[in-house]
Design a protein around this ligand. Structure first.
Ligand code: NAG
Ligand code: NAG
Ligand code: FE2
Length: 444
């Protein structure tokens, strides 16, 4: 459709008008000479392996030097065994984990296995096999010191755009993927959780994927499933106990000089809540000598100049922004809005060189399409905004410097459309100056 619109040069005015009526985003996209693609088809991924073979294999970090392998078998008798080692086909170590399953109305999940393996060496390739047979997989452990590279994608879904985003992310040799919510867009259709698991497996089985929840993970059904998150908590367990959290919906972890905080936009966050108390303790315990970078992720953005989802993150911002600010959190990533937007450093709706830099990256490729309309005039706090699918890369080079870039999807490649150098706040001269200014102001 899009090609027809742009290639049809013989009847210029009328067909163009017609095209723009049908696809108003084409008109918007002329602003920066980039023709934005329309929503693409849902991709469902079927299982080609045997019932006892692992499927939907993904890994996540656990503590300092361990990894959790999560996978599913149709077979209800397969053991939660993971064999692993540094040579292909030779498994010098093994571990047995736990298994579970869940029901959602008439759907019964396969056997969901979780096995923690390690201790593992940093910057090392491990080969592994699940359940005692079946295909071999491999992953790389993160390094032990800088640099480290994070891939960041939100609102991923399972469409042809998702496939293209994943391909571009995969070409980067990142260390850890961070996902600020909205994974499968199953929206209670449980088999879509399985096909999502299969779609992401080739990527998530070779690098740790660390996720937090979005609204599409809730899946509450009144009276029957009042607490929600049934599929999410069973399929995507994250290392919450290790950070003193009592819920899979919020947790933190350390990796190479970075303390990453995964917050829950869809659980209680007011100052009486468990999450609030946990966050306070977690921030108090950060040692900036060990982790000079502190990064938070959550789903519904606290700052957003898109017309979509206005105000949805506001009560959480009012409850928690001060905690993050006082703790000098460097960056806050959000999803939910299906577009890319980068802000300046902010505290309480004003530019502040000691506040976190805010990024919305809800443009992984979901089936709902893009959030095309940004509010005008543009707020001076918003420095770059664009409704296109894509992904982000955060390369932390050392204690003081990181490079953030956003890569718009293109069919064959991805294109770095936005990039910025970031100085860590604890070492930032601009922030130290502001603090001095504030202090002297108070003295006056
Ligand atoms: C950190 O990396 C930046 C960018 O490459 C560089 O300019 C700076 O000198 C580095 N600082 C240290 C302490 O290595
Ligand atoms: C997409 O990729 C093609 C081929 O590399 C390139 O010519 C084009 O400029 C790219 N478009 C964008 C928007 O990045
Ligand atoms: Fe969302």
């Amino acid at each position: 459709m899009m090609e027809k619109c742009s290639n049809n040069k013989s009847f210029i005015v009328f067909p163009l008008l017609f095209c723009f009526l049908l696809f108003p985003h084409l008109l918007l996209s002329l602003e920066n000479d980039y023709i934005r693609g329309p929503v693409r088809e849902l991709v469902t991924t079927t299982n080609h392996r045997s019932d006892s073979d692992p499927q939907q294999v993904h890994i996540s970090l656990v503590g300092k030097d361990k990894i959790r392998v999560s996978w599913i078998t149709e077979d209800k008798h397969t053991k939660s065994l993971v064999e692993y080692g540094t040579k292909s086909g030779k498994y010098s170590s093994k571990a047995t984990g736990t298994h579970t399953m869940y029901q959602y109305f008439f759907y019964t999940s396969g056997r969901i296995h979780n096995t923690v393996i390690g201790p593992l060496e940093p910057s090392t390739t491990y080969f592994y096999r699940c359940g005692g047979s079946g295909p071999e997989f491999s992953f790389n452990t993160p390094p032990s010191k800088f640099p480290i590279e994070f891939a960041i994608v939100g609102d991923l879904g399972q469409t042809e755009w998702t496939q293209s985003t994943l391909k571009h992310v995969d070409s980067t040799n990142y260390d850890v993927l961070l996902l600020p919510g909205d994974l499968s867009y199953a929206d209670s259709q449980q088999p879509l959780w399985d096909s999502f698991g299969r779609l992401v497996e080739p990527y998530a089985n070779k690098r740790p994927w660390m996720v937090t929840q979005g609204n599409h993970e809730i899946e509450i059904f009144p009276i029957i499933y009042p607490h929600g998150f049934k599929a999410y908590n069973n399929r995507w367990p994250m290392p919450f106990e290790e950070s003193g959290s009592t819920s899979n919906l919020y947790y933190s972890f350390d990796v190479v000089g970075s303390h990453i905080i995964m917050l829950g936009s869809y659980t209680d966050f007011d100052d009486k809540s468990e999450q609030y108390k946990w966050l306070q303790n977690d921030l108090d315990s950060v040692d900036r000598n060990r982790t000079p970078w502190v990064i938070a992720l959550l789903h519904a953005p606290w700052y957003n100049t898109n017309e979509a989802h206005q105000g949805e993150g506001e009560s959480m911002r009012q409850a928690m922004e001060k905690l993050l600010y006082n703790a000098h959190v460097d960056l806050v990533f959000a999803g939910h809005v299906h577009a890319y937007e980068r802000f300046t450093r902010i505290y309480d709706n004003e530019a502040n060189s000691c506040g976190p830099l805010y990024v919305t990256i809800g443009d992984g490729g979901n089936r709902e399409g893009l959030a095309l309309n940004f509010k005008n005039p543009r707020s001076p706090l918003s420095l770059y905004r664009e409704p296109s699918f894509g992904h982000g890369r955060l390369q932390i080079l050392n204690e003081t410097h990181a490079h953030w870039s956003w890569h718009r999807n293109n069919d064959t490649n991805s294109f770095e459309a936005d990039g910025v150098w970031i100085e860590s706040l604890i070492n930032s001269k601009a922030c130290t100056k502001t603090q001095e200014k504030q202090t002297s102001h108070e003295e006056l």
